[in-house]
Ligand binder design. Structure first.
Ligand code: ADP
Ligand code: ADP
Length: 222
């Protein structure tokens, strides 16, 4: 089954810049792949099209069996909730506990609080931070903060997990730990796409690598 399909996708920003040109690829359900390329190659743009934060100028983007161009506007929030997203600067809220940070997406979608608490603790357990749930994320190291960001991204049990430079601020050992976490989620069936320009890390991980150069997909290596 296809998790993501790009069919001849172009993205031209209003200033006339072509950020993606004729991009084709399929990611199957249950796959883990890296998306690499230099800064400005189009990695974030590609992820934004999947999340419907941007629309393609041409071509088709499919997520599962849905052509995103045909997704009714009302369905967009539900589409986004089915995708977990991890950012480089984890975007945690420092005015509340670690628990409350991870609970936020569930609160926004109106989960029963008891059910939400159970899921939050399961997510924190998976990233090894259950014992710290009551603390403020400011008390954590940057690697641990990134783990909170990952717990928040997977608390919904998304079928698809996207990451945009998730190890950008971390040293090599911590970066590898974070990548192993992604592998762990992948091994239980989550499809994972990780944008990163850290080639040495990517080469150590032995997964499929999609390479963008100036908006074109120039390599796709298993
Ligand atoms: P037209 O030039 O008649 O508008 P095109 O099929 O060339 O028709 O373009 C359709 C849309 O795709 C336009 O909005 C255009 O800006 C955009 N577009 C054209 N070429 C590219 C490209 N290489 N990459 C991304 N978008 C493109
Ligand atoms: P990457 O994530 O690989 O660094 P991006 O997708 O962020 O690449 O950017 C691809 C190209 O598109 C860059 O040249 C960038 O400057 C340009 N770009 C990104 N967002 C916009 C925007 N909103 N408007 C105009 N150009 C943009």
């Amino acid at each position: 089954m296809t998790a993501i399909r790009f069919s001849n996708v172009g993205k031209r920003y209003p200033n006339g810049h072509d950020a993606l040109k004729g991009v084709n690829f399929d990611l199957h359900s249950g796959e883990l792949a890296f998306l690499t390329g230099h800064s400005g190659a189009g990695k974030s743009t590609l992820l934004k099209l999947i999340m419907l934060m941007e629309r393609p100028s041409r071509g088709e983007v499919w997520v599962g069996d849905q052509d995103l161009a045909r997704l009714p506007r009302k369905q967009i929030p539900f589409h986004r909730r089915r995708i977990g997203v991890v950012f480089q600067n984890h975007q945690l809220l420092f005015d509340r506990s670690i628990f409350d940070n991870v609970a936020l997406p569930l609160q926004l979608s109106g989960y029963d609080p008891v059910d939400a608490a159970r899921r939050v603790r399961a997510a924190l357990d998976k990233v090894g931070l259950l014992s710290r749930e009551k603390l403020n994320p400011l008390t954590l190291s940057s690697g641990e903060q990134q783990r909170v960001g990952i717990a928040r991204a997977i608390v919904h049990k998304p079928k698809l997990l996207l990451a945009d430079e998730p190890t950008g601020n971390l040293d090599p050992a911590l970066s590898e730990d974070i990548m192993h976490l992604f592998e762990q989620f992948n091994s239980i069936g989550t499809t994972v796409l990780i944008a990163s320009h850290d080639l040495s890390l990517i080469n150590r991980m032995r997964h499929r690598v999609l390479t963008l150069k100036d908006g074109r997909m120039v390599a796709d290596v298993d």
